[in-house]
Design a protein around this ligand. Structure first.
Ligand code: ZN
Ligand code: ZN
Ligand code: ZN
Length: 298
């Protein structure tokens, strides 16, 4: 007996700046798969693959997204060049055979779905071992000056975006299951980036290749999100430097946030090479509820 098909649901998603808004129709999503390959890991993407006929762009269209190709161009990762949010992957789930002609599969990142449709923290997520597939990822090398941090319990970690245009050195307490400083947030931007943040003092982080960073302002334009303009990996976030006068004019909540944040960097631990953020006991912060006024979903 055939299993009864539940009627499809319409999911609406968008990048953060709302240049791209789409709707897809799919059977209700109860589980998803997360790929641990070099790019999906750094972007923390969770894909679903609707049929092309079940996708509608309400605003913008996929051809205007920024493309990132690697690995013999078999898959194209697509992100918004304004806010750095990764929306799509286009490529063949099942490789094309010689002489075969068929349209590529389109994957959409569940993290870009609007709030309330799916809770990715509660979703049953299986890992697909994409990292085992050849060719092996060449880890970009950090060659910048050592970050400062003399305390004996600090270790040097290095990382990068995916394409290697941006590299990072970090002095941190050991990044293991006892590490206290890792945090995931479900606010409109962190949820879409899928970032795992840590908040060291600025001197403990050195970023090379800053000319290749895109900048996206958030939270009344006082938080500056930095992502690689070439591959779209979210790298870090920091407070925009404000004058005393500007600080005096802030509302109380913003001033508190600014005072707490101005000497820190929020580094996305997914850029650290050789680390799996799943091995950290990251705390989860309900930024979606906490940050007010809330994000208006387009
Ligand atoms: Zn955008
Ligand atoms: Zn890059
Ligand atoms: Zn957040």
């Amino acid at each position: 007996m055939a299993e009864e098909q539940a009627p499809p649901k319409t999911y609406r998603g968008n990048c953060h700046c709302a240049a791209f808004v789409y709707e897809i129709s799919l059977p209700e999503i109860k589980q998803a798969s997360e790929c641990n390959c070099s790019i999906c890991y750094k972007k923390s993407t969770i894909w679903v693959f609707p049929k092309p006929s079940d996708v509608k762009f309400v605003k913008g269209d996929s051809s205007a997204l920024t493309n990132y190709n690697f690995n013999n161009k078999q898959k194209t990762h697509k992100f918004c060049s304004t806010c750095g949010v990764s929306l799509m992957v286009v490529g063949y789930l099942r490789p094309l055979e010689t002489g075969e002609n068929r349209a590529p599969d389109n994957g959409f990142n569940i993290r870009t779905f609007q709030h309330g449709q799916i809770d990715v923290w509660k979703l049953d997520i299986k890992t697909f071992d994409g990292s085992a597939l050849p060719p092996k990822y060449e880890v970009p090398k950090f060659t910048g000056p050592q970050p400062v941090g003399d305390s004996e319990d600090l270790q040097l970690y290095t990382g990068s975006c995916h394409c290697g245009a941006v590299t990072v050195g970090l002095k941190s307490k050991p990044l293991d299951k006892n590490f206290q400083g890792a945090m995931e947030c479900n606010c409109s931007i962190c949820g879409r980036y899928g970032a795992t943040w840590t908040y060291p003092p600025k001197a403990q982080v050195v970023t090379e290749g800053r000319g290749d960073l895109g900048v996206y302002l958030f939270n009344k334009n006082i938080a500056s999100k930095k992502f690689c303009k070439i591959c779209g990996v979210p790298v870090y976030s920091e407070a925009v430097q404000c004058t005393e006068e500007q600080v005096a004019q802030m509302d109380e909540g913003s001033r508190q946030w600014y005072t707490r944040s101005k000497d820190l960097i929020a580094l996305n631990l997914r850029v650290i090479n050789g680390l799996d953020v799943k091995d950290l006991n990251a705390t989860r912060f309900d930024g979606y509820t906490y940050i007010q006024p809330g994000y208006v979903e387009p």
